[in-house]
Design a protein around this ligand. Sequence first.
Ligand code: HEC
Length: 189
Amino acid sequence: MKLNLFLLVLLAATVAANLGINDNPARRNFEVLPEMVYSAAAESFSENSSFADGKTLQSPPAGTIARGARPLPYAATPEDAARAGRELTAPEASAADLARGAELYQVFCRPCHGPGGKGDGTVAMRGFPPPPSFFAERAMNLADGQMFHIVTYGQNNMPSHAAQIEPADRWRIIAHVRSLQKNQGGAQQ
Ligand code: HEC
């Protein structure tokens, strides 16, 4: 008898619970202890008392290297450009690399250095200090690694291109500059 009574109460409770269920799928149903399911996420740039520095977004520990990034242990000085020239070697450039290098040269270098590398780009023609020709003795004698350093860190009026061009593409552009230099006097656009 007691069992029947218990089952009856249980049935009534189940029916009542069912009546309480909201059948509109667009609205969330009643949830028990939702804090267990949804933890309160901190906003990246909000204050956070859990960390000693009070910030939510923590800076990476010193010495962290981003995945895929290769540290370039050079300072933006002419001495380190020369050292890069001695220490870095250009990777072998395939025909596809050269084609991409030529295309990127048109985008990133041509405005100042000109289509063929003579230092006669549109920007230089309009008042920006013109770069020296790639056919001048100094540029002809630059080591590949030194050129890589110049494109990465800039040199005097030449701005750094590290943020715009990834390292592999910098080498491709250098391969293109080398081929321009090799074909000096040949057809230039
Ligand atoms: C905003 C204009 C500008 C752009 C864009 C630019 N350069 Fe330059 N570049 C210069 C100037 C100006 C110099 C000369 C700097 C100096 O006086 O030492 C220079 C110098 C250089 C040199 C050294 C030449 C030498 O004889 O010392 C190299 C190599 C070079 N640029 C490569 C590139 C490459 C490759 C690109 C494209 C990725 C590029 N530059 C984009 C303006 C530019």
